[in-house]
Design a protein around this ligand. Structure first.
Ligand code: R2B
Ligand code: URA
Length: 289
């Protein structure tokens, strides 16, 4: 979608340490059909190893190599037709990654790619561990839009996601009896503490009553979980006509508190839930189920 790209003699994807002159991107990535992204580098490596087993690929899953080892900004693993990439925390971090990922898919001439963000979130009025598939990503005013400042002007982008893809993912979730899966709106904020109405940050400028009122209003606007990347993810994929979905597990119910004190093993199991659901979806699409 960027008219300037065609006239560039070389495109170096700096934060991936990959380039069109130094790498044969089409040979490396031309067969990619699914891109799965998530915040943590360790989690996306573990997802790569998990998918290696799920797809029944040859070789040892512990041998998967970080394609972006030339940088420690993001990690990237390719497992057959699946690319697993980390994006860090927050809108700026994921948006840099997405610019370079979308150019990578373009240079590699990939077609019909599905991209899914798998993440963690704070739930509103849900049992912790519930998986939320984003119906619509909304901003802190519960609006389905992402505002970006470009050349000193505020530009508003739609955060529409693929409805059919969300329903297919919901079906996969409902086939897994171990946890609840729902579709709901996801609020994307620019902060984990005050920005998500938490009382437990280093600073807090509002009362508990004001917090509860805000979360209640969010719930009434259809918001079921809060995280920090969905709006820009949805907006950029929408602008590039990429089929996209967001699947996040809730770590706590924000109506009950702010601190995440759940034992580590429980959180690890929660974080596997979006991975299990997305794995089931990809296997269905690849006709392995
Ligand atoms: C979910 O978890 C992170 C904050 O703990 C953030 O990246 C997000 O969206
Ligand atoms: N990630 C968030 O952004 N918020 C939460 O409450 C939990 C995980």
């Amino acid at each position: 979608m960027n008219p300037h790209l065609a006239s560039m003699p070389e495109d170096f994807l700096y934060h991936f340490a990959l380039g069109t002159k130094t790498h044969d991107l089409q040979a490396m990535f031309g067969d990619v059909k699914f891109v799965c992204v998530g915040g943590s580098a360790n989690r996306m490596k573990a997802f790569g190893q998990f998918i290696h087993g799920e797809l029944g690929l040859n070789g040892d899953s512990s041998d998967i190599r970080d394609i972006c080892e030339g940088t420690d900004r993001y990690c990237m693993y390719k497992i057959g037709p699946v690319l697993s990439i980390s994006h860090g925390m927050g809108v700026p971090s994921i948006s840099i990654m997405l610019h370079e990922l979308i150019k990578l898919l373009h240079h590699a001439k990939c077609r019909d790619v599905i991209i899914i963000r798998m993440g963690t979130s704070g739930g509103i009025g849900l049992e912790p561990g519930t998986v939320v598939i984003t119906g619509t990503a909304v901003d802190s005013f519960f609006q389905p839009q992402f505002e970006q400042i470009i050349l000193g002007k505020v530009i508003t982008h739609s955060t529409e996601l693929d409805k059919d893809l969300a329903l297919l993912l919901l079906n996969c979730g409902q086939e897994i009896p171990d946890f609840q899966t729902i579709i709901g709106n996801t609020m994307c904020t620019h902060d984990f503490y005050e920005g998500q109405g938490r009382l437990d940050g280093a600073l807090c400028s509002f009362s508990n009553k004001e917090k509860q009122e805000y979360l209640k209003n969010a719930y009434e606007a259809g918001v079921r979980n809060i995280e920090m990347e969905s709006a820009v993810f949805a907006a950029m994929c929408h602008r590039c006509d990429l089929k996209a979905a967001v699947v996040c597990v809730t770590l706590l119910n924000r109506l009950d508190g702010d601190q995440i004190t759940t034992p580590h093993e429980v959180l690890v199991e929660y974080q596997m839930r979006p991975q299990k659901l997305v794995s089931r979806f990809m296997k269905q699409q690849l006709e392995l189920l």
